[in-house]
Design a protein around this ligand. Structure first.
Ligand code: I3P
Length: 109
């Protein structure tokens, strides 16, 4: 699965709140491949190698939990992703349907 996702980092690897200055929203081209959610600046091209930044932004979604971000109302179509290493991200999808589809696909991994 792939598509546009806008990310906000809410908690870091230790479960601690992401500090101010790193809590902004950022738009990515997201690709879910195997157990990894790749977040790239540009649209996915099969023959192009991932950049260092792309690899750094990639999120392991094995044993992660995706839910609708019911407690976040500033933006629509936002899902919450809790990873197995206690990071928490918010991802805004372009539509309700896309949000539900990402939640479903991530939780299948
Ligand atoms: C954050 C940025 C986010 C905002 C967040 C700010 O600043 O303005 O958009 O979240 O508020 O800290 P920075 O880019 O300097 O990290 P919202 O869009 O959800 O308001 P927060 O600290 O209350 O999460």
């Amino acid at each position: 699965k792939h598509g546009i996702l806008t990310r906000k980092s809410h908690a870091d690897m230790d479960g601690k709140r992401t500090p101010r200055g790193r809590r902004g929203w950022k738009k990515f081209y997201a690709v879910l491949k195997g157990m990894i959610l790749y977040l790239q600046k540009d649209e996915y091209k099969p023959d192009k190698d991932l950049s260092e930044v792309d690899l750094k932004n990639a999120v392991r979604v094995h044993h992660a939990l995706a839910t609708r971000a019911c407690d976040y109302s500033k933006r629509p179509n936002v899902l919450k992703l809790k990873t197995s290493d206690w990071r928490v991200f918010l991802f805004q999808a372009p539509s309700e349907e896309e949000m539900m589809s990402w939640i479903f696909r991530i939780n299948l991994v």
